[in-house]
Design a protein around this ligand. Structure first.
Ligand SMILES: C[S@@+](CC[C@H](N)C(=O)[O-])C[C@H]1O[C@@H](n2cnc3c(N)ncnc32)[C@H](O)[C@@H]1O
Length: 380
């Protein structure tokens, strides 16, 4: 899949997962029985001692030297377009000061760097505050040091989360733990994670009856099809609405509606069969098997767009459409003009201007990042 490739990039190999994490998960299962997939994914990604994002190697994963490439990591153009969007919302809100922009799941802070470099009007006016929310200490260490930038582990620590602002989440929601359910002839089953043996480091999926609240609101899909249930992502949308009094919430991610994802997963009766909407990432090979060696790879799901909008309706368009609405073509044209003017000098500004066209190609690619979704909620 082309969009899968966009999150993969050549990088340094990382070590295997922390075997002790596998042992701890297996012990938990022996004590309590099979655990929800969300609990397993949470441990694999965010366990403080062995989660993929919490280990130093995984902590590099948002950067170019890591295991995948996100839109801000393609180059500064994505952040430059977003800076224009921020200015348009700031103006629409009557130029509030402070104007707080929260990058939730900020990774190494590359998007913030690009926004600062683009020098939007809200920055020049002294109104902009940038808050980077990031769980991983290794990633937080890479955040830019700047008087208007604050780095926090959760929004509970957001200073001046004023009434006006914008929450941005680029490829965060696919990384929030999710559960898995399967349609049966007469209802739904939940697939849980079981341990194959105390210390094998291998796990499998088993079916248990699904709790009514887990499957509430899911569309009717083909018998045998499996879909993710994204309660953490849905709660995130609700929490973001609490954080912004007036402004926007913008999430960029790959995904589709639940019924479309059901088609991607197929109807195999084998509960362990590959889940078509799940993506794992490690190095440049697309990742290892997610039920072995916990902590060794990123585990993500295509985002179920309908599940994110049960409480608040968003405007949804493709990432390419969003970038065009907010002026990517104009920025590329300006880059071309600057390159022609300064090609003889060949300085850094000229080279940066030239690279805009290549960055735009990647960001707008209809078979790749261009087809990602942009969800924009208007708050207040
Ligand atoms: C796929 S990376 C995307 C990083 C960055 N936004 C980008 O586009 O390059 C997702 C990031 O979200 C972070 N993350 C996951 N859950 C989080 C949460 N609840 N709060 C803050 N950060 C979180 C992870 O540690 C990881 O760095």
């Amino acid at each position: 899949m082309a969009d899968q490739a966009s999150r993969s990039s050549p990088g340094e190999p990382v070590g295997r997962g922390d075997g002790r994490l596998g042992e701890r998960i297996a012990r938990r299962i022996q004590e309590r029985g099979p655990i929800p997939v969300s609990e397993y994914v949470e441990a694999c990604l965010y366990d403080p001692d062995g989660g993929f994002y919490m280990r130093p190697a995984g902590g590099r994963s948002g950067g170019r030297s890591g295991h995948f490439l996100t839109a801000p990591e393609v180059g500064p153009l994505f952040g430059a377009v977003l800076a224009r969007a921020l200015d348009s919302w700031w103006t629409e809100l009557g130029e509030p000061d402070p104007f707080t922009v929260i990058d939730w799941g900020a990774g190494p802070g590359t998007l913030a760097r690009s926004i600062l470099a683009a020098e939007p009007g809200c920055l020049a006016a002294g109104a902009l505050r940038l808050v980077l929310v990031e769980l991983s200490p290794a990633q937080r260490n890479l955040h830019p040091e700047h008087p208007i930038v604050t780095s926090v582990t959760s929004v509970a620590g957001v200073p001046e989360a004023g009434p006006a602002g914008v929450v941005v989440a680029n490829e965060l929601l696919d990384n929030l733990p999710f559960d898995v359910v399967r349609r049966t002839e007469d209802g739904w089953e939940e697939l849980r994670v079981d341990a194959d043996g105390a210390s094998t480091g291998r796990f499998s999926l088993v079916a248990v009856p699904a709790a009514a609240e887990l499957v509430a609101g899911l569309p009717d899909i083909a018998v045998g099809a499996r879909v993710p249930v994204q309660r953490a992502a849905r709660d995130w949308v609700a929490g973001a609405h609490e954080t912004v009094g007036e402004g926007r919430i913008v999430a960029f991610d790959y995904g589709a509606t639940t019924d479309v994802l059901a088609g991607r997963a197929g109807g195999s009766p084998d509960p362990a069969a590959r889940l078509g909407w799940m993506r794992t990432h490690r190095d440049h090979d697309g990742g290892s098997w997610w039920l072995a060696d916990p902590g060794s790879c990123d585990i993500t799901t295509d985002v179920a767009l309908d599940q994110l909008q049960t409480l608040h309706q968003a405007e949804v368009c493709t990432q390419a459409e969003f970038l065009r609405i907010h002026g990517i073509d104009q920025l590329v044209d300006e880059g071309r003009a600057l390159w022609h003017e300064r090609a003889g000098v060949g300085d850094l500004d000229a080279l940066r201007a030239r690279s805009r066209a290549r960055e735009a190609e990647a960001l707008l690619d209809p078979a790749g990042m261009g087809a990602f979704n942009a969800l924009v909620w208007t708050v207040g």
